[in-house]
Design a protein around this ligand. Structure first.
Ligand code: SF4
Ligand code: SF4
Length: 160
């Protein structure tokens, strides 16, 4: 049995093949779709202006991303009901991670926040460099102190 079925938390091994390769991330932001359950859902596919996401005719199929077609626009993050899509970026001086955020108040650029793992545990600190509204969801772009956190951090907590 996959470990996430016991723990509720996806491991990097379980995401193998779904995360963008390093050479793609060095060119700019790219989506990472951490959706592995066969559920009837496809707004990410419909929202993508680049046609980079494919669920296919069977709506319960797991979405597949064409990393080379993804422009890193963030449209899919804003429509995913599972908050299961992130943007990863290794093109600048510091790694950047964009996460969907639906709590108030919304952290603003310049604010330091605690970074949370997929299990909700504190794994470090990051700085908000961009906060943009996309419907009812906010997209927070964070500057990270290390590349390792780009694979581990998936949430944000304010005020710690
Ligand atoms: S970030 Fe934009 S281009 Fe990339 S998969 Fe999402 S919607 Fe498509
Ligand atoms: S919108 Fe989110 S939950 Fe639905 S298929 Fe796409 S990634 Fe999975």
């Amino acid at each position: 049995m996959a470990s996430f079925r016991r723990t509720g938390v996806l491991s990097l091994a379980e995401l193998a093949g779904q995360l963008p390769p390093l050479e793609r991330l060095r060119k700019g932001p790219c989506a990472a779709i951490e959706c592995v359950e066969e559920i009837p859902c496809n707004p990410c596919e419909e929202a993508c202006p680049a046609g980079a996401i494919s669920v296919g005719e069977e709506i319960t199929s797991v979405p597949r991303l064409d990393f080379q077609r993804c422009t890193g626009c963030g449209a899919c993050l804003a429509v995913c009901p599972g908050l299961a899509i992130f943007l990863l970026d290794l093109s600048g001086d510091r790694p950047r991670l964009t996460v969907p955020y639906e709590l108030l108040p919304v952290p603003q650029p310049g604010e330091e926040v605690e970074l949370l793992s997929r299990a909700g545990e504190a794994v470090g600190r990051g700085k908000v460099v961009r906060a943009r509204r996309a419907g009812t969801t906010w997209l927070l772009t964070l500057e990270l102190p290390s590349e390792g956190l780009l694979w581990e951090a998936r949430g944000v907590r304010r005020g710690k």
